[in-house]
Design a binder for this molecule. Structure first.
Ligand SMILES: [Zn+2]
Length: 630
């Protein structure tokens, strides 16, 4: 951080004693034999240049120096109460430890105005070259010309920073007395290359055209490359309305060191709390248009049951403070300021849903929420544009609660008796450090009911052998059931080891590999006669089942929709935990109707269940009935 602080403040000091010959001294005054007195008066520009600036944080600076340049309040002074949650975000952005500032937001929550305010603040307080990147060239040019340049021309404090030359406020860059502001857009290598910047403003990253060209890295990495040389003091502000879980803003959100949500005080009792759309109340009304017309939605503060209208919520928002989001609620969330000073996080993220913006009414949110329950497109809109979360289309039907509702009253390890069970099957997901297994009892016939018996993790194949064949699984009458067939994943990890394992247990283990994309056949069998990646022959060969995982996942998703007491239900033992249920809900359906697992989410047990279904197919279990078996 470099600040212009001359040895003496020439605007105030009357006399300056020079004891050496500075190169700036005219020749006649150098090597002077006696004291020379020169009358000196700095010009207006020199005064301005040497003026000591009092450091003012952006939230205090903006109301003094920033003019609103667009919208209904155009021309008026900036007021933090327009968008109260922006105060904390602006000040956190200039905190010394912070390098990445992520804002996952709904539209109309003041994020673009934040960009412009911060740029203006930088130009005045902490100048350094800046690059502002928009999704496309047109948006970029328009915002530069209509929104950003007026910020400088309309503020008395900032106007002197302009050079007055028309070419310095072109649509491609702004050259100020203190710094350069470049304009870039996604997909353009030319606008994103060859500049080194201290400040990066990346706007609407989820709308970016990420592939610039086949040869170059994607444009987002290209843009982030630009502030690499500013190891100290560099800042990247990354803002977007989210799209899907793979979208950049959600990825940045996941990678942040500290995440914050906005807490507001209850207007009745003053309790600070996060607010959410779950607390919007609209009585028994179910017609979105009716709710909008009569504006009858209210916000319920759960602390004391206070029911407030928009005006009082907006008042409460003005008293709000950002607090960290704590994963396990073992400690109360700390306020933003405390987290910044204590933990010095480098990557921070803010969550700005529609309800923390004064521009949204309760009724608008309530109406959008109601529409979302009826129409998938409205659900998409509601997730992205109101809740500011990634939209996962297929997930609504598979909440963890729905999985846990399928638990019956058997303890772990107990097989359903009374002739209900035909056999046990296992699915095994291989990892570098061990194996996730799931053992399930299957019934009879086409409806094929099934019951989870045991699941878990072991760290060796020896331990796995114990679980599968040395443990006795019995029903409450004491009858034993062997694990008839186990399907093990050989696709990713430890392939050779698993081939050997399945050769040692030819009738009991089937090696499995998930195919990419959809296939004509649910599974096909090939004989592998060499170890992977080598020419070493595999004596006897190994049967490998290449499977259409999407087919089996569709089937499983349908199975999980059957109610617990309906025929063919897919049940779990009573000790089935939330973490297990979460793994079963991790994946979602994308627009191409393919199953996807969001990065960083575990889905091991889900894969185990897929492999059990493959075992069901291999054995032709659906074609057996209990009469045949006898
Ligand atoms: Zn209250």
């Amino acid at each position: 951080m470099k600040r212009l602080t001359p040895a003496a403040d020439i605007c105030k000091t009357k006399t300056v004693y020079l004891r050496t010959d500075g190169p700036f001294l005219p020749e006649q005054f150098r090597r002077r034999s006696r004291r020379v007195r020169i009358k000196f008066r700095p010009t207006a520009g020199e005064k301005r240049f040497f003026r000591k600036k009092r450091y003012t944080p952006p939230s205090k600076w903006a109301p003094l120096n920033r003019t609103v340049t667009y919208g209904p309040l155009q021309g008026s002074r900036w007021d933090n109460n327009f968008m109260p949650h922006m105060r904390g975000l602006l000040d956190a952005a200039v905190h010394p430890s912070v390098r990445y500032i992520v804002n996952r937001k709904a539209p109309q929550t003041g994020s673009s105005a934040t960009n412009e305010t911060l740029l203006a603040w930088c130009a005045d307080m902490q100048p350094g070259p800046a690059l502002v990147v928009y999704p496309d060239a047109n948006t970029g040019r328009r915002r530069f010309k209509d929104y950003l340049i007026p910020v400088f021309t309309e503020s008395p404090r900032l106007r002197p920073l302009l050079t007055g030359l028309a070419e310095d406020t072109s649509s491609m860059r702004i050259k100020l007395q203190t710094m350069l502001i470049y304009l870039g857009w996604s997909g353009s290598v030319t606008t994103l290359g060859n500049v080194s910047c201290r400040y990066l403003f990346l706007d609407e990253v989820d709308k970016w055209n990420l592939a610039s060209s086949k040869k170059e890295a994607d444009t987002l990495s290209l843009a982030l490359e630009r502030f690499r040389s500013y190891i100290y003091g560099g800042k990247a502000l990354i803002i977007s309305t989210p799209s899907d879980p793979e979208g950049p803003i959600t990825q940045f959100w996941e990678k942040s060191h500290a995440r914050f949500e906005y807490h507001v005080p209850c207007p009745e009792c003053g309790t600070m709390q996060a607010i959410s759309d779950d607390n919007i109340r609209f009585g028994d009304h179910r017609d979105p248009d009716e709710i909008l017309r009569s504006n009858l939605a209210r916000f319920l503060f759960p602390c004391c049951g206070a029911l407030v209208d928009d005006r009082r919520r907006i008042k409460a928002l003005q008293q709000g403070v950002w607090h960290e989001i704590v994963e396990e609620s073992d400690r109360p969330p700390r306020p933003l300021r405390v987290v910044l000073d204590a933990d010095h996080p480098e990557r921070i993220a803010f969550y700005s849903p529609a309800w923390i913006s004064p521009l949204f009414t309760h009724s608008e949110i309530a109406a959008a929420k109601l529409r979302a329950t009826r129409d998938p497109a409205a659900a998409h809109y509601y997730d992205n544009q109101i809740r500011a979360v990634a939209h996962i289309p297929y997930r609504q039907g598979r909440k963890t609660d729905a999985i846990l509702a399928l638990r019956d009253d058997r303890p772990e390890g107990l097989v359903p008796g009374g002739g209900q069970t035909s056999c046990l099957l296992a699915g095994i997901d291989s990892q570098d450090n061990g194996f996730y297994f799931d053992i399930r009892a299957f019934g009879w016939g086409m409806s094929l009911p099934s019951w989870g018996v045991r699941y878990g993790f072991v760290d060796s194949l020896a331990a796995l052998e114990q679980v599968l064949w040395e443990t006795q699984y019995q029903d409450d009458a004491g009858l034993y059931y062997p694990v008839l067939l186990s399907v093990i994943d050989s696709g990713g990890h430890r392939t050779s080891e698993i081939y050997d394992f399945s050769r040692r247990h030819p009738q009991q283990i089937a090696a499995y590999k998930g195919a990419s994309g959809r296939r004509a056949q649910p599974y096909s069998k090939t004989i592998i006669d060499r170890y992977p990646g080598t020419r070493t022959p595999l004596p006897g060969g190994v049967e490998l089942y290449l499977c259409d995982t999407h087919h089996y996942k569709d089937h499983l998703a349908a199975k999980l929709r059957i109610k617990a007491d309906d025929p063919g239900a897919f049940l779990f033992h009573m000790e089935t935990g939330e973490d297990y249920a979460e793994q079963l809900c991790a994946e979602y359906f994308d627009d191409r109707r393919l199953w996807q697992c969001p990065r960083g989410k575990a889905n091991h047990y889900w894969d185990c269940l897929v492999m059990q279904q493959v075992a069901v197919d291999i054995l032709g279990l659906k074609w057996m009935n209990s009469a045949q078996a006898e």
